[in-house]
Design a protein around this ligand. Structure first.
Ligand SMILES: Cc1ncc(COP(=O)(O)O)c(C=O)c1O
Length: 351
């Protein structure tokens, strides 16, 4: 049964599986010295510009953490939103593996702004204080919101003015670009981003994410850092073949746009429904909501999804490339039925 737990719960795009099968021929040199990897790297340059250097890794945590290793020294720090995946859901890997400190900033909607970042840009040159070196934003954010190009450019301006680097956790960059109707480079290369993690798995790959370094010079140590971080695939061609397929022209856009459209459909169906409070702007493929006590538990008997915030009972409903209109409509009907036969939202936050 399909649920609304995560875009990671969906399977693999059929043409991506076909691409893996098509790569399953003969012998190919290992560790990325193969023709599929060369073509995938070329695709990254097509989407992110000639300077872009892509390094494929197994998962999104590694893309973030190994990317950070290329940018920070052990006494430096990355500023990120408090809700950033690297801060909340990577088991301290940035600290443990990259050996750096995260400086989390509370935000109302998962988005950093120059005003939120500025107070952290202090004590430069003071040997007693960790030195801010990177600002990392997530696009689309963990709260399902999307930075506009202007918002990213404003952050890039501040960050570069201060001699820092701008990093994007783009586990769902495709959803953001689809939401804004722009090419991938408009949100990254052209907006002043220095490095990013580019997500594949949430947009229909079997496995694989990419570290994409945009600023010349950043890539120098990356091959060594990736291997040392245990993220160099020996049979790389099977990871590369997936990216070659996903980044063939605008192939990446359709599954992401579809997931976004399903989230918009769900939010639309629940708009104005008594006892359902949608808590974030629905700009990508996630819907966040607060429901009356007990409703989430009853819904979960039939549909899988997570509670995002135990304190408030806020839930997250995530749509994927394979979510159908029928899935959404059946779920929305169940939410409406359960919520409208319950007592109002937010009476007693759960502890
Ligand atoms: C925004 C974001 N970044 C990074 C990751 C990490 O991906 P992985 O679980 O593949 O390590 C996730 C996964 O949920 C994510 O949502």
């Amino acid at each position: 049964m399909k649920g609304f737990g995560s875009d990671n719960h969906a399977g693999v795009l059929p043409d991506v599986l076909d691409a893996i099968a098509a790569a399953n021929v003969d012998h190919a040199t290992s560790y990325g010295a193969d023709e599929w990897t060369a073509r995938a790297e070329q695709r990254f340059r097509e989407h992110f510009g000639e300077e872009a250097r892509a390094f494929l890794v197994f998962n999104g945590t590694a893309a973030n953490v190994v990317g950070l290793r290329a940018m920070l020294r052990p006494y430096e720090a990355a500023i990120c939103a408090e809700t950033a995946h690297m801060n909340t859901d990577e088991c301290g890997a940035p600290e443990f593996i990259a050996g750096i400190k995260l400086l989390p900033v509370p935000t109302p909607d998962g988005k950093l702004t120059p005003d939120l970042v500025r107070p952290k840009l202090v004590r430069f040159g003071d040997e007693h204080a960790v030195q801010p070196r990177v600002v990392s934003i997530t696009q689309s954010t963990e709260m399902g919101t999307v930075y506009s190009i202007a918002e990213i450019a404003a952050l890039a301006e501040l960050v570069h003015e201060q001699g820092l680097l701008l990093h994007v956790d783009g586990a769902r960059l495709a959803n953001a670009a689809a939401s804004l109707g722009v090419p991938l480079r408009a949100l990254t290369t052209d907006a002043g981003v220095d490095a990013l993690s580019f997500g594949g798995t949430k947009n229909g790959l079997l496995t694989g994410e990419a570290i994409v370094l945009l600023r010349p010079g950043l890539a120098e140590a990356m091959a060594f850092l990736r291997k040392q971080s245990m993220q160099l695939a020996s049979k790389m061609r099977f990871v590369s073949a997936q990216f070659e397929a996903l980044l063939d022209g605008d192939r990446w856009r359709e599954p992401a746009a579809h997931a976004n459209a399903m989230a918009a459909r769900l939010a639309g169906a629940l708009e104005g429904v008594e006892n359902v409070k949608i808590t974030q702007a629905v700009q990508a493929n996630a819907v966040f909501a607060i429901l009356p006590q007990g409703v989430a538990e009853r819904l979960r008997e039939r549909f899988y999804f997570y509670t995002w915030d135990e304190a408030t009972g806020e839930v997250r409903w995530m749509c994927s490339w394979d979510t159908t209109e029928q899935d959404v409509d059946a779920f929305a009907a169940a939410v409406i039925q359960e919520a409208t036969s319950s007592t109002p939202v937010g009476r007693s936050p759960r502890g």
